[in-house]
Design a protein around this ligand. Structure first.
Ligand code: B12
Length: 210
């Protein structure tokens, strides 16, 4: 799907949407289409670093990804809904304070929902206090924190430290995700696991509740 990767990376929005629709209609697996977008977003990120692209291009990239998700979503759900099915567990997710990137978070939300979790999504730029309040109210089995900026580490650590101070850290699993996350960050933040890929993250969560 190099044509789709190029269309997104070169900001050809109409062409990108038309190609996305075409591939969905041809029955190309949704995750494969998402991978093409991820490849394009890496190119865009690189062009941004090289000062060939600026914030408006990042914004357009975000909008294209969101519009594509809407096109892909029905194919992923396969016309089915989890509304009647028993839930695997409760999952609380949000993009942490200081960070407004939500494309990856929304993908995790969608995949957790499709896989049978009851999901509560707090949105973006979520202060630690909201995670703690929602923990008490929603009683999730797992808390997922998303963040793409390096500064997200501190916000994530604050949430995890607060859970410890509340005496509930051993009652809830914590998973972090986003392009910058690695083993080192996971240890520093005090999370149970990290994922740089939504499918891998969902699989970890499924293992925890099984
Ligand atoms: C699109 C984009 C934006 C858009 C976001 C639109 C939106 N609605 O999200 C906008 C324009 C708003 C934006 C703003 C900024 N951005 Co920006 N952005 C990007 C870009 C190009 C793509 C991000 C993306 O959506 N990727 C695709 C998704 C699918 O990938 P993902 O988020 O990693 O998610 C996957 C996994 O990580 C995982 N995952 C994610 N979250 C979670 C959570 C859990 C629990 C789990 C299990 C898994 C998981 O699953 C997802 C699917 O597989 C990246 C470059 C890049 N290649 O990442 C830069 C990038 C992240 N941005 C960057 C920067 C610097 C900024 C700005 C500071 C720019 C500025 N000067 O204003 C601002 C920051 C605003 C803020 N306070 O947050 C830097 C960050 C550098 C750093 N180390 O901190 C990057 C890396 C670009 C670069 N190379 O310099 N950005």
């Amino acid at each position: 799907m190099q044509d789709l990767v190029n269309a997104v990376a070169d900001m050809m929005e109409d062409e990108a949407m038309a190609l996305t629709k075409k591939y969905v209609e041809q029955g190309v697996p949704a995750l494969q289409i998402i991978d093409a977008y991820k490849d394009a977003l890496s190119i865009i990120g690189k062009r941004f670093e090289e000062c060939k692209y600026f914030v408006p291009e990042l914004i357009l990239a975000g909008e294209m990804m969101k519009a594509a998700t809407e096109i892909i979503k029905p194919a992923m759900k396969g016309g089915q809904s989890n509304v009647e099915a028993p839930t695997l567990g409760r999952f609380l997710i949000g993009t942490v304070e200081g960070d407004i990137h939500d494309i990856g978070k929304d993908m995790v939300h969608m995949l957790m929902d499709i896989n049978g979790f009851e999901v509560r999504d707090l949105g973006v730029d979520v202060p630690a206090q909201r995670f703690w309040d929602e923990y008490k109210e929603f009683q999730p089995d797992i808390i997922g924190m998303s963040g793409l900026l390096t500064l997200a580490f501190e916000s994530m650590k604050q949430v995890a430290d607060g859970l410890k101070a509340m005496g509930v850290r051993d009652k809830v699993k914590v998973i972090i995700g986003g392009g910058q996350m690695d083993e080192h960050a996971c240890k520093y933040i005090g999370a149970d696991a990290f994922a740089t890929d939504a499918v891998a993250g969902v699989n970890i969560c499924k293992k925890w509740v099984s």
